[in-house]
Ligand binder design. Sequence first.
Ligand code: NAD
Length: 482
Amino acid sequence: MNSPYGNYIGGNWRSPTEARPNINPSNLTDTVGEFAQGSTADVDEAVAAAQVAFPAWSRAIPYTRSQILAKAAAELASRAQELGIMLAREEGKTLAEAVGEVNRAAQIFDFFAGEAIRISGETIASLRPDVTVEITREPIGIVGIITPWNFPMGIPAWKIAAALAYGNCVVFKPADLVPASGHALTDILIRAGIPAGVLNLVMGRGRVIGQRIIEHRDIHAISFTGSSSTGRMIAAGAVGGETMKKIQLEMGGKSPLVVLDDADIENAVECALDGAFLGTGQRCTASSRLVVTDGIHDRFVAALKDRLAGIVVDDALKPGTHIGPVVDQGQFEQDLSYIESARSDGARLVSGGEALKRDHDGYYLSPALFVDASPDMRFCREEIFGPVAGVIRVKDYDEALAIANDTAFGLSSGICTTSLKYANDFKRNSDAGMVKVNLSTSGVDFHVPFGGRKASSYGPREQGRYALEFFTQVKTSYQLPL
Ligand code: NAD
């Protein structure tokens, strides 16, 4: 297939009437390809195709669905390097991170290939004589899947694999900044044998394609990952509108990493480095708030500063790069504006925070570490989504926990300590969907539930067998003996 790359609707690739270049943020002269900017009519046709495909797909024997997912997993794994290069070019994460993401997508498809054949129900004794009650799970129908740019392969994989495993049809809209990974994933699923109309790819703008998915009467559910502001709009349109869709929203974060006096300092520095800065800080689980107790504060800051001095920010594909560029001009300017706001609010920059020049023009920013941050500063309250973090000094664990929880978000949180008492207390009292002890706030296993609280998440969890809650609906059948 050659650029411009089109949408895939009803079993056919369509030649695009309008396309947009997908630019490599490591090298602005490199274009990954031109990708379709679809229309609302494309969404309508995708939904119509899904409606035709749904009866057969939803009743297909689970093993048929399982085999398709397993085949897709095998192709993803065998092409991880090549697809990783493409992903690193379109998103800007390092090649190692990008190859890791493709391998993760393969593992997710493998996992749901197994889940597809493990689906079960239960039988419960009725309160009435001779009656049996059977509880079964059925697919929801047609699911709109809307994904963000920061995990262009991983997030579509964990939504699409689950949706298909349980017999749903899909209208998939990848983020318009990074359509290549979604396009490649669709192509792989076609080769794996996905029937026409079961998976439809509609690339294009959120306000056009996403909006049509929200308002379309024949889409039964939306699984969305993205910012909290877009999530709120989806909730208002999808549930408040006429269609009353089922929704699953995974949104922003402002994760705290607490470092206590008794922490293993080397490990705490690695946790902070990984959580706050790797992946260019462009992770929903990024720990941009480092909440550090008095007794270790100065040693921790000095050690983290030293560690940052050895970090290489460069082209995502270059061997030796630890941190790639920021994804695009808009995000780059947003990061710089948060750096400016941290400065003007009185935080002190001790490392980085500068635009960098490299061999090619790109959006390079050195990781910015601020000290003297306070919890009410704007850069400590809002999601930045870039390599910018602030150290908040606290007197003890109780103050650290209170500050950790004082946020509108609740996706993940972490603590570095050698105290079992504080580790257990934090696991119990941290108001986040995921809690990490002596680990980075980022990085999750694919076979366990993922999701947050407060403004970070809405609806049932994703991933692992908990994905069943969203991607199926429960039926309760009563029967007298025949
Ligand atoms: P975004 O909200 O701008 O866009 C996400 C998706 O929604 C894109 O596909 C976009 O085109 C679409 N969209 C935009 N406007 C829309 C509209 N009006 N109607 C329907 N769809 C619309 O988010 P982003 O910038 O792509 O991603 C970054 C955000 O994603 C961050 O806030 C990050 O924390 C969050 N995120 C969350 C998780 C999680 O699991 N909680 C994971 C990754 C990223």
